[in-house]
Unconditional design. Structure first.
Length: 115
């Protein structure tokens, strides 16, 4: 992921995840959008995983993603959070942690508005 992103001009500061998700701390250039960066990161990594035959079935990321900005003063805390995903998820599932995050910061799930 890091090499492919770098080749596309995307700087991934830190990357990590757990069994069912991935976190990327990304610094966008002035002419980059989150949407385009995610399309490139997800597309290139899916292609690489399938090309390397790392899993028995066809790999693809889910269609959606979540992005939030992080202030410079929170970079080390964010890196540490990403670094310790396995430990985080021993006590709380990704879904529970994500829902708690949304509530804590006043975000609303998109599908909450759908009938």
């Amino acid at each position: 992921m890091l090499e492919n992103a770098r080749d596309k001009g995307i700087f991934i500061d830190f990357i990590g995840g757990y069994t069912d998700h991935c976190h990327c701390l990304v610094s966008l250039g002035f002419d980059q959008t989150i949407k385009n960066a995610m399309q490139l990161i997800k597309g290139e990594s899916s292609y690489w995983i399938n090309n390397q035959k790392l899993i028995d079935s066809h790999f693809q990321w889910q269609n959606d993603y979540f992005a939030a900005s992080v202030s410079e003063s929170m970079l080390d805390i964010t890196r540490n959070y990403i670094r310790n995903q396995e430990e985080h998820h021993k006590n709380k599932s990704f879904d529970d942690e994500f829902n708690d995050f949304l509530l804590k910061h006043g975000f609303k799930k998109i599908d909450d508005d759908l009938g």
